[in-house]
Design a binder for this molecule. Sequence first.
Ligand code: FES
Ligand code: FES
Length: 162
Amino acid sequence: MATVSELQHITLRVNGQTYPVEVEARWLLSDVLRHQLGLTGTHVGCEQGVCGACTVLVDGQPQRSCLMFAVQAEGSEITTIEGASPEEGLSAVQSAFQNHHALQCGFCTPAMILTTEALLARNPDPTEEEIREALSGNICRCTGYQFIVEAVQEAAERRRQG
Ligand code: FES
Ligand code: FES
């Protein structure tokens, strides 16, 4: 017998704003961010926790939004790439990625940027090994990781200089 899906009213905090939304308990955070809130900077690749493209920050920690139900995010502060970008221009991390050609198609880039933001928030002066470890859950199929690592090193340097 077919089951009738039930919508739940929840409130999500995303990029400093409060969003009342209606969701089914089974809906993924990644889908709700993209389709309900229009925050399409969160990309969806594998949808099984492998590629890292859907990474957002949940209370400051990188989290795969395809492995989390939207209802689980209630009460947390979510940051997507839209919230990590200034109104105009680029953030220090975005600018460093641009300088080092650390993106080509850009599919992995929002997640790379957010993962970098989280890394630099907890470790302002990471070693190359620590950068590679922090980004190891994010797959880039076109740029090559060396440019990305160099971009993170420049971003760290810029942030330390204020
Ligand atoms: S889409 Fe979530 S890890 Fe690949
Ligand atoms: S820039 Fe294309 S997947 Fe990373």
